[in-house]
Design a protein around this ligand. Structure first.
Ligand SMILES: Cc1cc2nc3c(=O)[nH]c(=O)nc-3n(C[C@H](O)[C@H](O)[C@H](O)COP(=O)(O)OP(=O)(O)OC[C@H]3O[C@@H](n4cnc5c(N)ncnc54)[C@H](O)[C@@H]3O)c2cc1C
Length: 443
C-alpha cells in the first residue's frame, strides 16, 4: 500500500472554494491532498492551469459593508480567508468595488498552496468518489464547481438522484420587496386559487413598448460551450419577445384570471412577483429568466409599474451550472446525507452563485472540517444567511443565490428605507463580532 494514509483530508477542485478548504485545513495542521484536473483535463471556461482562476469578470463586486457581498468579504477576512488575503494584495482601482489583477491573483493563490508544507497538489481528474474514499479512508470535500467534469458529475448523480443535480441555470431576477411601490400593484392569485402574488399591471401601450424594449435590448452572447437551445417551458423573455408581440402576454405576462381590485378588470398584461422567502422580503420575477446584460435588465425592468426604484438582489441569467439540490441533500455542515462515507460539498456546486460566495462556503466548510467552529454563524450575518439558505431554506424550487440582505431576518418595520442598508450592516457586524468571540477568534 502506498503512503495514502499520510493525508487527513482529500479536496477535489482547486478553484475559489477548494483553495479555501485546503488552506483552512492546512493552517489548522491537517495534511491535505488537493486534486485539480487542469491541465490534464480542461474545463470549457478556464484558460490556465492555475488554482483560483477566475473564468469571467475580474470583479469581486462591492467592497462596501452596507452591501451584503461587501459584508461577506469583511466576515471572510475576520475568519482568515486566503482568497481575501490574495485579493487584497492584487487589487486594482475600482471605486467602491473590489477588482483584481486576475493573473497575479491566480499566481498568488497557486504559490501559497504549492508552498504550503501540508498541502500536496495532485494534477489529476477525479472520476469516482467511492474510489477516493476507499483509497484514503479519509473525509472528502468536493469543490469541483459549476463546470464539474462529466464523469464526476455522473458519479455524484449516482450518489444522489438524477433530478437533484442540475446542469443549467435559468434565473429570473430577485428584487427587494421594500424597494417596490405596492400602491401601484395588486395582490391576488390567479382565479382566486393558490398563493397570492404581487401583480404589476400594464396597459396595452405600456406592454407593447416593453416588449419592443426587451426585443431590442443588448444580450450576453452564449459561451461557445453553452447550447443556446432552450426548453420551451423555460424560454428567456427576449426569445419570447422576438417571437411576436403577443407571445409574452400568453406566457409569463398573461393577465387572465387576475382582476385588479381597483378597476374590477383584468389588465392588458401583468408581471407577477412571487414571494421568495417566508418573511416576504424578496420577490422573484416569475418567468423572467433572461440573457439581457445587467445594465439593460435594470434599465428595462425598472420601467414596469411599481418597479421604478427596484433594488436587484440577483440579476437574471442563463448559463451552464452544475449544482445540487442542497437543502434536500446536504446537512447543515454541507455533508451529503446519503453518502456511505464522509463527504462534504463546497463552493458553487452547493447552490451559491459567484466568486465570493463560493469562496465563503469553501472557507466555512474548511473551518467546520477541522472542528474550528462549534455553532453556525448568526442568521443576521451575510455568511449565516447564505449557509442557512443553502442547507436549510424552505424553497419552492432551489435556485443558486448571491449574498443579499433579503436572506437575513427582516428589520423592524419602523427602520426607514433610506437607512436600511446601514441597519443591516450594523446588525450583521455586531452579531459577527459577538459570534467570533464566542468561537474564540481574535477579531
Ligand atoms: C461561464 C461562467 C462565467 C462565470 N462568470 C462569473 C462572474 O463573472 N462573476 C462571478 O462572481 N462568478 C461567475 N461565475 C461563477 C463562478 O465560476 C463561480 O462562482 C466560482 O468560480 C465557483 O468557485 P468554485 O470553487 O465552486 O468552482 P471553480 O472556481 O470552477 O473551481 C472548480 C475547480 O474544480 C476543478 N475540477 C472540476 N472537475 C474536476 C474533477 N473531476 N477532478 C478534479 N478537478 C476538477 C476545475 O478544474 C476547477 O479548477 C461564472 C461561471 C461560469 C460557468
Amino acid at each position: 500500500m502506498s503512503n495514502d494514509g499520510q493525508y487527513d483530508l482529500i479536496v477535489i477542485g482547486a478553484g475559489l472554494a477548494g483553495s479555501e478548504v485546503a488552506w483552512a485545513a492546512a493552517q489548522a495542521g491537517r495534511r491535505v491532498r488537493l486534486y485539480e484536473m487542469r491541465p490534464v483535463r480542461h474545463t470549457p471556461a478556464h484558460r490556465t492551469d492555475m488554482c483560483g482562476e477566475l473564468v469571467c469578470s475580474n470583479s469581486f463586486r462591492s467592497n462596501a459593508p452596507d452591501n451584503a457581498v461587501g459584508m461577506l468579504k469583511e466576515e471572510m477576512r475576520r475568519l482568515g480567508s486566503l482568497i481575501m488575503q490574495v485579493a487584497e494584495e492584487t487589487k486594482i482601482p475600482a471605486g467602491k468595488g473590489l477588482a483584481i489583477d486576475r493573473e497575479r491573483f491566480a499566481e498568488g493563490i497557486t504559490a501559497r498552496l504549492q508552498s504550503h508544507p501540508l498541502i500536496t497538489l495532485q494534477r489529476e481528474e477525479v472520476t469516482s468518489l467511492r474510489a477516493l474514499a476507499e483509497q484514503y479512508q479519509r473525509p472528502l470535500v468536493v469543490a469541483s464547481g459549476p463546470l464539474t467534469a462529466e464523469a464526476l458529475a455522473a458519479d455524484i448523480r449516482s450518489l444522489t438522484h438524477a433530478e437533484d443535480l442540475y446542469f443549467y441555470d435559468s434565473m429570473a431576477p430577485l428584487l427587494a420587496t421594500a424597494s417596490l411601490d405596492p400602491a401601484q400593484m395588486f395582490r391576488a392569485s390567479r382565479y382566486g386559487v393558490g398563493e397570492d402574488y404581487l401583480n404589476a399591471p400594464m396597459s396595452r401601450a405600456e406592454y407593447q413598448k416593453f416588449v419592443m424594449a426587451v426585443a431590442q435590448a443588448e444580450k450576453v452572447p452564449p459561451r461557445h460551450f453553452e447550447d443556446p437551445k432552450y426548453f420551451e417551458g423555460c424560454l428567456p423573455i427576449e426569445v419570447m419577445a422576438e417571437r411576436g408581440i403577443e407571445t409574452l402576454r400568453h406566457g409569463p405576462m398573461k393577465p387572465f384570471g387576475l382582476k385588479d381590485p381597483r378597476t374590477g378588470r383584468e389588465p392588458y398584461a401583468v408581471v407577477q412577483l412571487r414571494f421568495d422567502n417566508r418573511a416576504e422580503t424578496i420577490v422573484n420575477m416569475v418567468g423572467f429568466q433572461t440573457r439581457m446584460t445587467w445594465p439593460e435588465q435594470q434599465r428595462i425592468l425598472r420601467t414596469i409599474t411599481g418597479l421604478a426604484t427596484a433594488e436587484f438582489l440577483r440579476m437574471g441569467a442563463m448559463h451552464r451550472n452544475t449544482y445540487l439540490n442542497a437543502p434536500k441533500l446536504l446537512d447543515p455542515t454541507f455533508a451529503l446525507r446519503s453518502a456511505p462515507w464522509p463527504v462534504q460539498f463546497a463552493g458553487q456546486i452547493t447552490g451559491v452563485e459567484g466568486y465570493v460566495e463560493s469562496a465563503a462556503i469553501g472557507l466555512y466548510v474548511g473551518l467546520l472540517q477541522v472542528g474550528r467552529l462549534r455553532s453556525a454563524p448568526p442568521l443576521a450575518t451575510a455568511l449565516g444567511a447564505l449557509t442557512e439558505h443553502v442547507t436549510n431554506g424552505n424553497h419552492l424550487k432551489f435556485e443558486p443565490m448571491n449574498a443579499n440582505w433579503g436572506l437575513t431576518p427582516p428589520l423592524p418595520a419602523h427602520v426607514p428605507y433610506q437607512t436600511r442598508k446601514a441597519a443591516y450592516r450594523d446588525r450583521a457586524r455586531q452579531e459577527m463580532i459577538h459570534w467570533l468571540k464566542e468561537e474564540g477568534f481574535a477579531g
